[in-house]
Design a protein around this ligand. Sequence first.
Ligand code: FES
Length: 294
Amino acid sequence: MRTHLRSVVASWRNQSPAIRLIRFWLGVTWIYGGWDKATDPGFLGKTSTTSISKQLIGYSKSSPLGFLFRHMIERSTAIGVMVMILEFAIGIATLLWIAPTMTAFVGFTMSLGLWIAVTWHVKPYFLGSDTAYAVLWLAYFLHLVGKRRKIDVSLDRRGAIRIGAVGVAAIAAMLVGRGAQKSAAGTSTGSGSTSGKQLIKLADFPVGQTHEFSTPDGQPAIVFRTKNGVFAYSEVCTHQGCTVAYSPADKALLCPCHGAAYDPFNSAAVLGGPTNTPLSSVKVAISGAWVVLV
Ligand code: FES
């Protein structure tokens, strides 16, 4: 343990400031990626716009390797858990100098996979972050290989124990995140049901207008009032989660990040852009003098 601590400190000390920066950024970002998913109440579900299930459905339609993702949809929960653990493990191993070359290579292949799955259609390409991360991982990997002059994949007993410890730490981090998310959900449930929550008075909301609000889980949403009644959608883009906005001139919900467009008058169907998944609908109704959540 003490020997490894010494080698972690030495690994940071012996690297140039540029490589330290890349290593730190990649490690922290991968841990944050795992934490962000672990604490997202909708990630392992089926209905949230951020759920792994909906993401896989989107990838199956938009990725050039869509047939692979189609097979994963029915195992979305297991795949979501694996992704969380892998992200934590890569981040922890990168920061703690455990199997660094192998970890950098896995990080590179993961970014490459995300590029093919998620940002393949992003134009121009530099708006998608996965290509940049793939290049960062590849540069870091080549730096490590260059130092050793060969790729060392041999594993002694200590190395195997360290990799096992990273796996345990990654699972523990995921469980802590899920626990934190559940207790936060429990606290908000304890404060009362959100069904029936008043959004806006009808008197302040004429036909033809829109009104933005937050869903009970804090996501931005927008309600429309037409002569036929009211309907609402989440404003979280199904591509990479930016917030869409309604453009009355285009009669569409537009995403400022990569140009996705949705038709609010046709179940938020996709009109264009790098996604095939409509926005999630939010149930609303008119109750007395108010528009309310159902
Ligand atoms: S986040 Fe990419 S189009 Fe909306």
